[in-house]
Design a protein around this ligand. Structure first.
Ligand code: NAP
Length: 520
């Protein structure tokens, strides 16, 4: 059993008692434990704000980028151990583990590269000095300086590596120290990664702190210059968002919550585009066993396309090997815990009440190397919703596992309306061969989506994939998806900076601009 500890005040500390036990989801065997009982976070936070903040602000963007590049390089060396840990703690197969761990390394590298581009500067400035009065000489510019607090990142159980490092990468490049808190039940990978960086002496004092459990009082400790970036369920987002101290302090808050992402076909598709649609749905259902915030939950197609979509989908899924990913033939791994298994089975049963189950239940597939009475294994569910416009649950309930609902529509406007009933999503994929129709749909769906992706037989090879979050593109969504925004290249740095309108003479503005990197 590994004991996970916390990196606070520049040293490793442990909580008292047995704490939470982390288990192998294939066998239920305990693999690690973590406790934050009795651990003082307040003083180490104050130290990190002071020491880590000063250190990062003294570094230029180029130097911060070099720090991120050194993290990426060290983590690349440790990948094999992290893959093993992801398998042991999450039932993740190699593809799932790569998605999370290599995804973390890729995002660090990307922001390292942006640091090089920003160069030897410490601040950011928006282009242009605007006139405010009749004077040509006294104008305004908008300058961005790093907030002198700490960037707290609280993460969900499904992305212990990527979720943690996409927040650390952006905060570090902006010039803020971080405190990272993974979800306790899957914290092993995150712990090993931070431990490796620490042991390689790569973490300057106070720049990165880590809490492997607990953190319930973090929101009570945030101050006016802190940021709190949360990823997880809508319920927890609401608890944090409504915290009195968070509101009173004016600390910045960003939420990435759950989402009923859709894929919608705009017309009767040719066989190649239909195959692209089915491929996307199978991929999204099976990577991380559907435990992905961006996974497709709703498949919306013209009525006449429904028979071929459902037939091809069921056929593809039935052929999958599902089970313990220690067997290299396994194509879909496990859920992270028996509690998740229970929740997915119960959620799929509820959705099936609004239609017909085309596939689902343990008897529908053959599991590989697992005892379904012990392992957190689940068979994928494909449910056809009978009357999508009057159905309720399918537009409200996120089943966080391999479960999709199929919905047929009679007119394109009805199809668009069904997509919008997700009430705010991270991403929707629109399948069409018609570029004009895609552009019109992007406008119709834009207000309720963080990302919209065009798919057809021609774009399939170059589209990164419905559920793949690229650091160049913003990640987040309005409404039930949390209303937040992360990544998106340099846009992400705004969250960690204060923008100030500097009203001064043009020579003063020019001297500030000379020392700052331009942020369009
Ligand atoms: P969760 O139960 O809300 O927990 C998320 C994180 O919040 C965990 O680290 C948890 O710590 C912590 N936490 C819970 N209550 C807290 C409190 N009162 N104060 C401070 N921290 C608290 O969510 P989850 O079950 O881990 O994740 C699944 C959900 O996340 C799904 O709904 C999924 O859609 C969503 N998700 C969204 C995104 C996105 O980018 N939009 C990405 C991934 C997942 P403990 O583990 O210690 O309880």
């Amino acid at each position: 059993m590994i004991r996970l500890r916390h990196l606070l005040g520049g040293t490793w500390v442990d909580g008292s008692g047995d704490g939470t036990v982390l288990r192998d989801p294939a066998t239920g065997t305990p693999i690690a434990s973590s406790s934050a009982d009795g651990v003082d976070v307040g003083e180490p936070l104050a130290w990190a704000r002071r020491v880590g903040g000063a250190e990062l602000r003294s570094m230029t963007f180029r130097e911060r980028g070099e720090l991120l590049a050194s993290f990426a390089e060290k983590l690349r060396e440790g990948r094999a151990a992290y893959y093993d840990a992801a398998l042991a703690n999450m039932g993740a197969n190699k593809r799932d583990a790569v998605f999370d761990i290599d995804g973390a390394i890729a995002v660090l590298r990307y922001y390292a590269g942006l640091g090089q581009e920003l160069g030897d500067r410490h601040t950011l400035i928006e282009p242009g000095f605007d006139r405010m009065t009749r004077s040509d000489e006294f104008r305004v510019a908008h300058l961005l300086t790093p907030r002198q607090g700490i960037a707290i990142g609280i993460n969900a159980f499904n992305f212990p590596a990527w979720g943690m490092f996409e927040k650390i990468a952006t905060a570090t490049l902006a010039g803020m120290p971080s405190l990272a808190k993974p979800a306790t039940q899957t914290a092993l990978v995150a712990f090993l990664m931070v431990r490796d960086l620490y042991e390689a002496n790569l973490i300057p004092d106070g720049v990165l702190s880590f809490l492997s459990a607990g953190g319930r009082d973090l929101v009570d400790m945030v101050g006016e210059e802190d940021t709190l970036a949360f990823t997880g369920s809508a319920d927890t987002a609401m608890t944090l968002r409504s915290n009195r101290n968070l509101i009173a302090s004016g600390a910045r808050f960003n939420a990435e919550a759950d989402s009923l992402n859709a894929i919608v076909a705009l017309e009767d598709l040719d066989p190649a585009s239909l195959e692209s649609l089915v491929d996307a749905v199978v991929t999204e259902m099976t990577i991380k066993a559907g435990q992905k915030c961006t996974a497709i939950r709703r498949v919306i197609v013209p009525e006449e396309l429904m028979p071929s979509v459902s037939e091809q989908l069921v056929e593809r899924i039935k052929a999958l090997k599902i089970g313990d990913a220690r067997n290299p033939e396994v194509e879909m791994g496990l859920l992270v815990s028996r509690a998740q298994q229970e929740s997915v089975i119960a959620g799929a049963a509820l959705l099936a009440q609004e239609g017909e189950s085309l596939l689902g239940g343990a008897s529908s597939v053959e599991f590989v190397d697992v005892d379904p009475q012990v392992a957190a294994v689940v068979a994928p569910s494909v449910i056809r919703i009978s009357d999508p416009s009057s159905a309720r649950l399918v537009h409200q309930l996120e089943v966080f596992g391999p479960c999709v609902a199929l919905m047929g529509y009679r007119s394109v406007s009805e199809g668009i309306d069904l997509v919008r009933r997700g009430r705010g999503s991270l991403v929707a994929t629109v399948v069409t061969d018609d570029d004009t129709a895609f552009a019109e749909t992007a406008v119709a769906l834009g207000s309720l989506h963080g990302r919209l992706s065009q798919l057809n037989s021609a774009t399939a090879a170059v589209n990164p994939g419905h559920g793949v979050v690229m650091p160049q593109a913003i990640h987040g969504g309005p409404g039930r998806a949390g209303g937040g925004e992360e990544l998106g290249g340099l846009r992400a740095l705004r969250f960690y900076c204060q923008r100030s309108a500097i009203q001064a003479t043009v020579p003063v503005l020019e001297s500030l601009a000379k020392e700052a990197a331009e942020l369009a």
